[in-house]
Design a protein around this ligand. Structure first.
Ligand code: FES
Ligand SMILES: [Fe+2]
Length: 359
């Protein structure tokens, strides 16, 4: 079951530079996304009402599309406006979906269009700043055969990093997430969390973290100062925000220990796990940082992808074990710190229940 009344990332704008119409399955629906002559991004059902050829195999005509099979043309509102070789125009309308371009992505709303909120529920924190102080780039979208909720769980559940990502962020600090308490403070070697109506935020902090911490944090400091390595203790902070249904931001802040006024070295990693079907997802990601130059961008994106590829076999393996079942139907056991992923799932259940009661 999907939450339809939400904004989902359908594509990166760059995808429309290399092909005129992108076909993407979202929430089990085939959607065609293109940019019309007016510059507006448009999304409609990727299915011609004549013989169900995908409209994504057609061409963009003005702000509309022409089906690549028998040439029927449809306006940006989905209405059939021309059939070659005949005067009669059928009263056919291809379903269209509200679209917003924001934060460097094309977002679509597949639910009740009357409930589309003009983009108010697109997470503000899911940005790429135009500020030149923040350097970084996109990863290319990846496909994963796992339900988006398993990916949400994975991003929340940082304790797995010790085993899955030991060479990057799998240090001792991951265990601080088991010591969770409500609040918004950065607590040394513990984690504070706040659960909102549609979001969850958690923060952790470690003063004077030595080489028991994840290697990535010290390498951030080394890179920012043009050094080969950094071996002194660091002050480490991480803030994670998850927004329903599927967006997660990691903000990592490090400084040399004992230099509280030193300019912080920071990274934002943003992850979107957009449902494709009940058992598969599209994973969009990017990484920006406040140091270095553009020549480091591809190494950073490769690093995020490397981490994702470490998670992927686990997530796809979980999905294979689960089959059609949702994780919670299998009565899994829980550890300390699993409470946040469960809270996230509760938020999703509430949103689904609201949709069902609306009918
Ligand atoms: S299938 Fe589209 S015009 Fe025939
Ligand atoms: Fe992971």
């Amino acid at each position: 079951m999907f939450i339809h009344n939400a904004w989902y990332i359908a594509a990166e704008p760059d995808e429309l530079l290399s092909r005129p119409i992108v076909s993407r399955t979202l929430l089990g629906k085939r959607v065609a996304v293109y940019r019309g002559a007016s510059g507006q991004a448009i999304a409609l059902e990727d299915s011609c009402p004549h013989r169900r050829a995908p409209l994504s195999l057609g061409t963009v005509q003005g702000d509309g599309v022409r089906c690549g099979y028998h040439g029927a043309e449809f306006g940006s509102d989905g209405r059939c406006i021309r059939v070659p070789g005949q005067d009669a125009v059928p009263r056919a309308v291809v379903p269209t979906y509200p679209v917003i371009e924001r934060h460097g992505y094309i977002w679509v709303w597949l639910g009740d269009p009357d409930l589309a909120d003009g983009g108010a529920s697109i997470p503000d924190g899911f940005w790429v700043s135009g500020d030149p102080a923040w350097i970084g780039g996109y990863g290319r979208m990846e496909s994963i055969k796992a339900d988006f909720k398993l990916i949400n769980d994975n991003l929340f559940d940082i304790t797995h990093a010790q085993f899955v990502h030991p060479e990057s962020f799998g240090g001792e600090e991951v265990q601080f997430y088991r010591k969770a308490r409500p609040g918004s403070d950065y607590i040394d070697r513990e984690m504070s969390f706040e659960v909102g109506e549609r979001s969850i935020r958690f923060r952790t902090h470690a003063a004077a973290l030595g080489d028991e911490g994840g290697p990535l944090w010290r390498s951030m400091l080394a890179q920012s100062r043009g050094l080969e390595e950094w071996n002194d203790p660091i002050d480490y902070r991480m803030e994670v925000i998850w927004w329903a249904p599927c967006y997660t931001s990691f903000h990592i802040i490090v400084r040399p220990s004992g230099e509280p006024d030193a300019p912080p070295v920071e990274i934002y990693n943003l992850h979107a796990a957009v449902p494709e079907s009940e058992g598969s997802s599209h994973y969009f990601y990017r990484s920006v940082r406040n140091y270095g130059d553009a020549s480091m961008n591809s190494a950073f994106i490769d690093a995020v992808k490397f981490v994702f590829n470490q998670d992927k076999p686990i997530l796809e393996g979980q999905q294979a074990v689960l089959g059609d079942r949702d994780l919670l139907e299998t009565h899994p056991i829980s550890f300390a710190g699993d409470m946040l992923p469960l809270q996230g799932r509760r938020i999703l259940e509430r949103m689904m229940a609201t949709e069902l009661t609306r009918g």
